[in-house]
Design a protein around this ligand. Structure first.
Ligand code: AMP
Length: 177
């Protein structure tokens, strides 16, 4: 009998040289074609996240939204989006961070979190950790407490864990590659 982790890993496909030469893109969309498996996955991931007694889940645009929303529903807490600059209406706060080539900017709505919030940050992939680290700093700049990172998968060889580990929050990654 296969474990849940084995069944999930089988439905995460490697796509070589996408979106650019040299990158092995992890395609998670095949996983979402299996609704029973996604339900099991959400139950399993949320049971670990619940131990942090979170009051909000913040998800990263865009693939972080896919599991972020059902996780927030299962945890019975608000679902909040971090998006690329210029996508969110109303008052926002933002931060910029460097990518391998150039810069990226992300934003969150100003009134989305309160300083008493205990926040989980969710994304699909932990790669170099640059994106999650910038998002963690954005969350902390609102005064809220980041209690845990949640990722569907971690690319171990990129050592993103070391960068985000400096934020003093737990790190949950369901599948490791
Ligand atoms: P990083 O900032 O390097 O940790 O990259 C994390 C972000 O880039 C996540 O939002 C992922 O969706 C995306 N990402 C990075 N590497 C991959 C990959 N190999 N396959 C799919 N998505 C990736």
């Amino acid at each position: 009998m296969q474990t849940l982790q084995e069944r999930v890993r089988e439905l995460i496909l490697d796509v070589p040289n996408f979106p650019i030469e040299g990158i092995i893109f992890k395609d998670i969309l095949p996983l979402f074609r299996n609704s029973e498996l996604v339900k099991e996955l959400v139950l399993e991931m949320s049971s670990e996240l619940r131990t942090h007694n979170p009051s909000a889940l913040v998800a990263m645009e865009s693939r972080g939204f896919l599991l972020g929303m059902p996780l927030a529903l299962e945890l019975n807490i608000p679902f909040i989006c971090i998006r690329k600059k210029g996508k969110l209406p109303g008052e926002v706060i933002g931060t910029s961070y460097s990518l391998e080539y150039g810069n990226a900017e992300i934003e969150i709505q100003k009134n989305a979190l309160a300083s008493a919030d205990r926040v989980i940050l969710h994304d699909d992939v932990l790669a170099t950790g640059g994106t999650a680290n910038a998002a963690a700093q954005l969350i902390q700049s609102t005064g809220a407490e980041l209690v845990a990172f949640s990722f569907l998968m971690e690319l171990n060889f990129l050592q993103g864990r070391e960068i985000i580990g400096l934020n003093n929050a737990a790190i949950h990654t369901f599948a490791k590659f």
